[in-house]
Design a protein around this ligand. Structure first.
Ligand SMILES: C=C(O[C@@H]1C=C(C(=O)O)C=C[C@H]1O)C(=O)O
Length: 92
């Protein structure tokens, strides 16, 4: 295997792990959506999102990745809100 193929195989392994974690996160997002439906709460909670982003920024070890990690979690939260909205729309 050449060097590029070897590196891509490492990425494939990491992507598998990330998708497994993404699925776990989305399972919880679905539970949160159910709670919000039951309690008539809005999908967006900006205060919580600000806390999530600052936690990610302080958790990331390589500070060169801090901005990218913040972008990643913001994108994940957009996906999370879109999915919650879809679940809420199904209930109506
Ligand atoms: C999951 C929630 O809903 C939204 C999505 C968030 C997330 O994916 O982390 C955070 C805040 C909310 O805007 C929540 O309220 O906790």
């Amino acid at each position: 295997m050449n060097e590029l193929e070897n590196l891509r195989e490492k990425i494939d392994t990491i992507d598998k792990e990330m998708i497994a974690l993404f699925e776990k996160r989305m399972d919880i997002v679905a539970d949160i959506a159910a709670y919000k439906i039951k309690n008539n709460l809005p999908v967006l909670n900006q205060n919580r999102e600000d806390i999530v982003v600052s936690k990610v920024k302080s958790t990331v070890k390589n500070k060169d990745y801090a901005d990218s990690a913040a972008d990643l979690i913001k994108d994940i939260m957009e996906i999370s809100k879109k999915f919650q909205q879809k679940l809420i729309s199904k209930q109506q």
